[in-house]
Design a protein around this ligand. Structure first.
Ligand SMILES: Cc1ncc(COP(=O)(O)O)c(C=O)c1O
Length: 428
């Protein structure tokens, strides 16, 4: 189904479309994302699982395709033309990431396979060097498993302990408790810029400043933050900032570890292998300079190169109509959800992205998501890799609708109508 046909179909489902303002820039960008015009079960896809993975625009698909068709030589290794061209596109993407996040130097930008791999790199390499028995690592109660488990493993290896900053009933960090948890034993603090369950933009600047006052190093999990908030790692003064390519419209299996050079230089390598070495003998190996010291083996170099067009695309969707559109979606859903009996949204705060995780009294999250899917509406359900947080709210799972800048108010209306229909079915 073409983009226009999809729009027509939506207007049939959602009566009185005129009440929903349309933004021509949003509509135009949608036409550049092929997946958005597909159907599921004969219905137009309403894709609201963007926090899990975003759909890819033509520019990313074309870059990957062009590379697979003719710009595919293993990077950094050979003198032949293909290797040279591939290396150029890979390294250009690094420069673009550096510029996008405001890093001081390209050597501070490491390609990884994603957020999880980036966190594990720090949890292994930084903690091997700096975390000792009796020390502590501090995380928050609202972290993704990827920002909990690597630290648990590191603490077990070092004989350190994991401390947890709790959230309140709104899902906000309990900053008044922070002072009691932060002391000189805490060597590293790891926290999400934006929660993938609550959608709250966390007060990371206050956390970074407080952590630095006790001499702790800070890693910000930017898996959601990089998509929805402007990021300037130097202004933030975080020690590490990590994110995944696939949530930022780039190829899957790509990600970034930003680290201050002062730390990266002192950290031992995480993985050993090709490209991360300088000289190798059986007696001793010396390592390549940054950033290659942390890029062992053949990574997803074509995927990494796709970060360049993906960032251009992300920039096109910042501010202006896209921002207005998202504010309208949030206001509309807040209002509509408040009218549904027994529905509770988790994550209340002034700074919240259009991401809504909710429970409905008497209905199972999995059932809601399964029935919505049959209406063509893709949402996430379950623990969302945040079991401690969801347990804290007394649930075994929630339903989550997460919007990207390319989603429309009409799609939000389809969700609301779909939800009413599903709840009528489930409640009998
Ligand atoms: C906040 C947060 N952290 C970490 C991750 C893990 O990302 P990945 O699976 O791409 O490594 C996610 C993915 O949903 C996330 O939302």
């Amino acid at each position: 189904m073409s983009g226009d046909a999809n729009l027509l179909f939506l207007s049939i489902i959602v009566q009185d479309m005129d009440q929903f303002r349309q933004y021509e820039q949003v509509e135009a960008i949608r036409n550049r994302i092929p997946a958005l015009s597909r159907t599921v079960y004969g219905k137009p896809l309403v894709y609201l699982d963007n926090a899990a993975t975003a759909q890819k625009p033509d520019v990313v698909i074309e870059r990957v395709d062009a590379m697979n068709r003719g710009v595919n030589g293993n990077i950094h290794r050979a003198v032949h033309r293909l290797s040279e061209e591939t290396t150029l596109w890979y390294e250009q993407a690094r420069d673009q990431v550096r510029d996008f996040i405001g890093a001081a130097a390209r050597e501070e930008v490491i390609f990884t396979s994603g957020t999880t791999a980036a966190i594990n790199t720090v949890a292994y390499a930084w903690c091997t060097q700096f975390l000792k028995a009796g020390d502590a690592v501090l995380v928050t109660e609202a972290e993704h498993h990827s920002n909990i488990v690597p630290w648990q493993l590191a603490c077990q290896r070092a004989g350190a302990t994991l401390r947890v900053l709790p959230v309140d009933d709104k899902g906000q960090w309990q900053m008044d408790v922070l002072e009691t948890l932060l002391d000189e034993r805490v060597k590293l603090v790891a926290a999400a810029h934006i929660s993938n369950v609550l959608g709250l933009v966390n007060p990371v600047q206050a956390l970074i400043d407080a952590a630095h006052r006790v001499g702790a190093c800070v890693l910000i999990d930017g898996a959601q933050g990089i998509v929805h908030a402007p990021v300037d790692v130097q202004a933030l003064d975080c020690d590490f900032y990590v994110f995944s390519g696939h949530k930022l419209y780039a190829e899957t299996g790509t990600g970034i570890l930003y680290g201050k050079r002062v730390w990266l230089e002192q950290m031992p390598p995480f993985l050993g292998g090709g490209d991360m070495v300088d000289t190798v003998t059986f007696e001793k190996t010396t390592y390549a300079p940054l950033p290659l010291k942390f890029e062992a083996g053949t990574g997803n170099f074509i995927g990494a190169a796709s970060l360049a067009p993906a960032i251009d695309f992300a920039r096109e969707m910042m501010g202006g109509q896209f921002e207005e559109n998202q504010l309208e979606i949030s206001a509309y859903l807040k209002e509509e959800f408040s009218k549904i009996d027994g529905l509770r949204v988790y994550g209340e705060g002034e700074h919240k992205i259009p991401l809504f995780s909710f429970s409905v009294e008497g209905c199972n999250h999995g059932d809601i998501a399964t029935l919505l899917d049959k209406l063509g509406i893709a949402v996430r359900s379950g623990l969302m890799c945040c079991e401690p947080l969801i347990t804290r709210f007394g649930h075994t799972g929630l339903v989550r609708a997460s919007f990207a800048p390319y989603n429309t108010l009409a799609e939000a209306a389809v969700l609301v109508q779909g939800l009413h229909r599903v709840l009528r079915m489930l409640r009998g």
